[in-house]
Design a protein around this ligand. Structure first.
Ligand code: SF4
Length: 344
């Protein structure tokens, strides 16, 4: 029987596990405190648990935090982590400091099957989904490297993969991140980014998770979006934005729309006006992401004046639009740049 990874379990499931091992349920809460408060993953160091329970845990369970295989600092202060899992698969996570904020960008799949034309991760195809434990394991793994006084403040699901295409593991990981007995993050500090899987957005709307949603839009007409993002052939812009309008946004929360600016493709003032028109009536803000180059991409970043002109059109129409100069560009960790070979 393979050992259960405790990072795959919600608090009630850990309580049931400890009960099934002959210990009272409250031992499960002690176990979670060791893992999530103290960062202790070795059962031998959990000194307040009875010996019989520890022995049973050694035989039946594990706390599988993925191995940090590589850690690459960027000149801008961000760090790229390459995590390796037991089967040799690797993903990347990116830690980004910004003033008081310390944001971790996590991956949900090894590679990605959506094939967005401008994305390096998409070029590697989908290897496999991550488990819940492998998603939250990235958070624990990075927490283990923080110095005294450093604290993760925000989590974004914008790394490798499409979170809503790995729906069950993503949702369970969100529950663990927001569960007070586990990570205890406020849902307001967590953002799930999606390529625009309407079915997934509608399911997520019913989960009552209250996390932020970011939509990768990247085009203002179906013809361009079909070309940039094959998912658009299944869920066209109108259908996607209708799902966004129906999404139950918590009070004072705004939906984020990501828009990668590609030279000569989607960066004209007309595109900006169209974008403003499409988003009318949605409580949202726009992140403009000047394209991050990678070898063989076939796209280029627009010149600065065009980027600023695009932003101005949106601002003039009262829309919050921020230009996001991605962090970690020099280490291949910026938006759309993440990729990692998988060892056999
Ligand atoms: S942009 Fe996101 S959904 Fe598209 S290929 Fe890249 S990782 Fe996948």
């Amino acid at each position: 029987m393979s050992a259960t990874n405790l990072l795959d379990l919600l608090p009630a499931e850990i309580d049931s596990l400890t009960e099934s091992l002959g210990a009272p349920r409250y031992r499960g809460q002690q176990l979670m405190r060791w893992i999530y408060r103290q960062g202790v993953t070795d059962f031998g160091r959990m000194t307040n648990l009875p010996r019989e329970l520890l022995q049973a845990l050694q035989e039946r369970a594990r706390v599988a935090v993925p191995v940090v295989e590589r850690r690459t600092p960027s000149q801008d202060g961000s760090q790229k982590f390459v995590f390796r899992f037991a089967d040799g698969a690797r993903v990347q996570s990116v830690l980004m400091p910004d003033g008081d904020r310390l944001t971790l960008c996590v991956s949900t799949q090894v590679g990605c099957g959506f094939g967005c034309a401008f994305c390096f991760t998409g070029a590697m195809g989908l290897e496999r989904n991550l488990t819940t434990g492998e998603i939250v394991g990235q958070v624990l793994g990075v927490m283990g490297t923080l110095t005294a006084g450093q604290r993760l403040t925000h989590i974004v699901y914008m790394g490798m993969g499409e979170p809503l295409a790995n729906y069950a593991a993503t949702v369970k990981s969100l529950r663990l991140l927001t569960e007070p007995q586990a990570f205890g993050f406020s849902p307001r500090r967590i953002t799930v980014s999606t390529v625009g899987l309407v079915s997934g957005i509608e399911k997520l709307a019913r989960e009552n998770l209250r996390v932020n949603l970011a939509i990768s839009l990247h085009a203002t007409n179906n013809e361009t979006r079909d070309r940039l993002m094959p998912v658009n052939k299944g869920f066209a812009i109108e259908e996607l934005l209708a799902a966004c309008r129906r999404f139950p946004l918590p009070f004072r929360q705004r939906m984020t729309f990501e828009y990668v600016l590609l030279d000569g493709v989607n960066d004209t003032p007309h595109d900006a006006r169209e974008l403003a028109r499409l988003l009318k009536g949605i409580r949202g803000k726009i992140n403009l992401i000047p394209f991050n180059d990678w070898q063989g991409a076939g796209f280029a970043r627009p010149p600065l004046p065009r980027i600023l002109a695009f932003q101005s059109v949106l601002l003039e129409r009262g829309i919050t639009a921020t230009v996001r100069w991605s962090k970690g560009e020099d280490i291949g960790a910026a938006c759309g740049q993440l990729s990692e070979a998988v060892v056999a």
